[in-house]
Design a protein around this ligand. Structure first.
Ligand code: G4P
Length: 291
């Protein structure tokens, strides 16, 4: 399967990001905990030089606990502050304030030396599409969040949301573009639903997911869809899912289109379990067991 997708507005998005970054102290970068490297765009490291950095492993509820811990250590070792969250759950965001302060410690100390005390940290949320940026902003800021209004230098009608006395958040997230370093990355992003499904052949994608799961999580498909898994090709597995879930055409053939959608929805919704698609470079690939 060949995935080539470059959003046309990429250059414009990058320019807008450069402008917005000038206004902030901290970049809150969301990645998908199921594929934290594939779902991040490393260009942000260059764009965000000198800023406080916080990485949120979002959708941690859908990723394996062991893998979440491994990814947290991986990013912490690289100097990022890190939190695992489920952006839909306000409770999982409770720990964010102290982490924000820690991520901006240098700036806060620099301010203090200059006699500036209690100036709020200004933050911006960034991430590739579908990673959970809007959900996160809504959960964190809520409807009640007081907007502090336009400030000089804020272009495009951007607004600052005051989260508390210490933190202000730019109300619109920065959209990063996925970076296709290789086909594997593109494929993982497609599994996660981060690439517009309309430009992809769903049956091919579902067959690729069958191949990936039967290779990396042997037995999982067989168990979930109550079918014999071993020795089957990816399309035979898809046909097995069609039979198991009664996705059949009027003539009695396989309705692979429906079976594909069903499998992709099951995977994306966590119905196949908490599955992480990639592990930090130095550790073992996806084989690790669920706790
Ligand atoms: P974006 O702004 O970065 O593009 O992402 P957005 O917040 O729109 O979130 C994309 C989808 O991911 C949404 O689901 C959202 O509910 C879901 N989501 C966000 N954070 C989490 C998380 O931590 N855990 C889980 N399990 N899901 C999360 P959707 O199906 O597209 O929309 P909806 O049905 O929730 O309305």
């Amino acid at each position: 399967m060949n995935i080539q997708w470059y959003p046309g507005h990429m250059t414009k998005a990058k320019r807008a990001m450069q402008e917005d970054i000038k206004l902030i102290d901290l970049i809150i970068e969301l990645v998908d905990a199921r594929a934290p490297l594939s779902s991040r765009n490393p260009d942000i490291d260059e764009l965000g030089k000198g800023k406080g950095r916080l990485i949120l492993l979002n959708k941690a509820d859908l990723a394996s606990e062991g893998a979440n811990a491994a990814w947290s250590s991986f990013f912490k070792e690289k100097g990022f502050q890190v939190l695992k969250i489920d952006a839909r759950q306000k409770a999982s965001l409770k720990q964010i304030n102290p982490v924000i302060q820690e991520a901006c410690r240098e700036k806060i100390e620099r301010d203090r030396r200059r006699g500036i005390i209690n100036r709020p940290v200004r933050a911006m949320v960034v991430g590739i599409p579908n990673v959970g940026k809007s959900t996160f902003i809504n959960s964190l800021a809520g409807k009640a969040a007081a907007k502090t209004g336009n400030k000089p230098g804020v272009t495009k009608g951007n607004q600052w949301i005051r989260l508390n006395k210490q933190v202000e958040l730019l109300d619109t997230p920065g959209i990063l573009w996925p970076k296709f370093e290789d086909q594997e990355v593109g494929l993982k992003l497609a599994f996660l639903g981060s690439i517009n499904d309309e430009i992809l052949n769903q049956e091919e994608l579902a067959a690729e997911l069958c191949a990936f799961l039967s290779k990396n999580r042997e037995g999982l498909l067989g168990e979930r869809y109550q079918m014999e898994e071993s020795g089957k090709s990816s399309y035979e597995l898809l046909e097995g899912i069609a039979v198991s879930r009664a996705c059949l055409t009027k003539g009695g053939g396989y309705d692979l289109s429906r079976a594909s959608k069903l499998l992709l929805d099951d995977f994306r919704g966590g119905k196949l379990g908490r599955i992480t698609l990639e592990m930090p470079p130095a550790s073992e690939p996806v084989q690790e067991k669920e706790e």
